[in-house]
Ligand binder design. Structure first.
Ligand code: HEC
Length: 124
């Protein structure tokens, strides 16, 4: 039993010694980086998840900007000119850094919105 325990401890050390450093754990509040090469349904899904995480805290019932409700695809669509990101209010406020007020989205997320609108802003 004792020998087994020692063997176990030795194996544990050897095991740990040969392990590469653990991969850094992504910060919990940060959604996974969007894949801008993704096809339309995936893009729409990514846009939705960025909006949920970065916009809905204010732009939904009870939020400080609830009058601009962004919880439905119809309302989001009102801010979009399909095929024309630069003419779309949605993209303008993101690209100018006006929204979200806490700071401009990173370039990967901005590119996701740009591509989604360029490809017609399909919601599925
Ligand atoms: C911290 C709260 C907050 C967050 C988060 C936020 N907004 Fe806003 N947003 C506001 C407020 C408050 C206004 C009204 C400001 C005004 O009228 O100038 C506003 C206004 C807007 C408008 C109308 C602006 C205009 O010029 O007419 C749009 C579009 C908008 N937000 C989009 C977004 C999007 C998209 C996101 C997410 C990327 C977002 N907002 C995140 C608070 C927020």
């Amino acid at each position: 039993m004792r020998a087994l325990a020692i063997l176990f401890v030795v194996l544990l050390f050897v095991g740990c010694g040969s392990q590469p450093a653990p991969a850094p754990v992504p910060k919990a509040e940060e959604p996974a980086a969007p894949d801008t090469t993704a096809p339309a349904p995936v893009l729409a899904h990514e846009v939705q998840s960025i909006v949920t995480a970065s916009c809905l805290p204010c732009h939904a019932a009870g939020g400080s900007a609830a009058k601009y409700d962004l919880t439905t695809p119809e309302n989001l669509a009102k801010l979009v000119v399909p095929g024309k990101p630069d003419s779309s209010k949605l993209y303008q406020v993101l690209a100018s850094g006006k929204m979200p007020p806490s700071g401009k989205l990173d370039s990967t997320r901005l590119a996701t919105f740009h591509k989604w609108i360029s490809e017609g802003a399909k919601d599925k």
